[in-house]
Design a protein around this ligand. Sequence first.
Ligand SMILES: C[S@@+](CC[C@H](N)C(=O)[O-])C[C@H]1O[C@@H](n2cnc3c(N)ncnc32)[C@H](O)[C@@H]1O
Length: 209
Amino acid sequence: MKPWKTLATSHAPGGSLLTLQQRDVEFAIRVDGKTLMSSRSTGSEEAMAEAACVARVPRRVLIGGLGMGFTLRAVLDRVPASASVTVAELSQAVIDWNKGVLAPLAGTPLDDPRVQVIARDVRKVYKSGPFDAILLDVDNGPTAMTADSNDSLYDDHGLALARAALHPKGVFVVWSAGPDQRFVKRLENAGFTASSRALKRHTLFIATA
Ligand SMILES: C[S@@+](CC[C@H](N)C(=O)[O-])C[C@H]1O[C@@H](n2cnc3c(N)ncnc32)[C@H](O)[C@@H]1O
């Protein structure tokens, strides 16, 4: 098998090292050497977007974490032409990579006129709510990975902020590599009606305001 080739590196706000690597047609983004995502392991992004559209089709959507744009593509394929989809991405480098070498992976979703991408921590963008749906995929689960400060996205205060950023009939979907029953409880304590859904390999936490 061919070795991984490093295409670019960048420090995320907070100091962790983001690395973009390629091997044949596969791309990976790593944080301090650990895999944050791979272009080979997609599919759960579709499930995330579906979960956000179950009760009603959202018109104002916030996505936390651009990654390689798969969640964004899955949302764009489900929302109407009049929808607005805001993507908050912590790293300007990740946005630049999506305008360059990563652009074709998810069919150039940043070119869609419904999309606004902001180089900011998703927490700061909560203030622009209310959103009909917030989709959060910034770490490998409800524990900080990309930046230490991300832990505060999943604590009681962070969840209260997410809930306040939602329309009363809105939905909050959080991606995770695996189950975490305590996180479901924490969502409930924050006033959400919450459940977890096991996918083939990953888990989604789905919470309604
Ligand atoms: C696992 S990837 C997202 C994958 C994405 N769902 C996709 O479809 O490609 C996580 C992304 O979230 C970004 N990120 C991490 N913490 C963030 C935060 N607090 N606010 C916004 N973006 C963040 C990372 O830089 C990375 O691009």
